[in-house]
Write a protein that binds this ligand. Sequence first.
Ligand SMILES: NC(=O)c1ccc[n+]([C@@H]2O[C@H](COP(=O)([O-])OP(=O)(O)OC[C@H]3O[C@@H](n4cnc5c(N)ncnc54)[C@H](OP(=O)(O)O)[C@@H]3O)[C@@H](O)[C@H]2O)c1
Length: 241
Amino acid sequence: MKHALILGASGDIGAAVATELAAKGWSLYLHYHQNQTSIQELLARFNAAYPQQEFLSVSYDMRNNTGLTEFLQTIFEVDAVIFAQGTTDYQLLTETTSQQLQEMWMMQIAVPIEIIKQLQPKLARSGRGRIVFVGSVYGAVGSAMEVGYSTIKGAQSAFANAYAREVGTLGITVNVVAPGAVDTQMNRVFSKADHQQIAAEIPIGRFAQPSEIAFWIADLTSKSASYLTGQTIYVDGGWLK
Ligand SMILES: NC(=O)c1ccc[n+]([C@@H]2O[C@H](COP(=O)([O-])OP(=O)(O)OC[C@H]3O[C@@H](n4cnc5c(N)ncnc54)[C@H](OP(=O)(O)O)[C@@H]3O)[C@@H](O)[C@H]2O)c1
């Protein structure tokens, strides 16, 4: 049975990825930080629909690495790791504190890299290991008011470029799916007018639905996706990239 660990499965994109993978026969470790309710809903839905598969909830605060090794000891078998966790701060760089930057860095780069280091033997044993980051188009083009976030998203793509070269012969692929604007909780901070203005700039004319991002992530985890690695795939409705 193939197992995936989805970090941030409690978020909108993470839950959509979980839904796709569960339907494709994966057993899942569903990670959350605070939103246990979202995971309980997924567990109820998946256990009813796919009784032959295993679904487990796991929790970890990725702003630090305290107890990370113990957390990872609860992941027995893993063929794919999806990093769908992440937050941003909308403000000028000069107004962003060192602690905010540090926490974003830990959550989206340092802790994911440590997770990968510790899970690499299990991914290699799988023979078809898959790592997918949910990056952002801002990692390529940058965004004012989200300089720290853009930097970190660019670093995810840089990491995938380099690490893919190190683990290719182990059968592990490493890629980034980089969305533009997606209709999730993360964007609920925008007013209706701001939302409409952004949508008008996007050639497809609207924000993506989480399922439209999850589709590509699920595709990259399939066994047949064995020759695509070190790439960042921009799924932004033709907006910025
Ligand atoms: N929405 C967009 O327009 C957009 C565009 C480009 C890229 N992205 C990227 O897509 C990914 C998912 O975002 P989303 O839009 O689905 O947002 P979301 O619904 O707000 O989900 C955010 C996820 O991050 C988790 N998280 C927050 N703080 C955490 C912490 N300290 N430790 C571990 N996990 C933590 C949340 O867990 P809990 O809820 O359990 O606390 C949740 O699962 C992010 O990496 C984001 O940068 C989003």
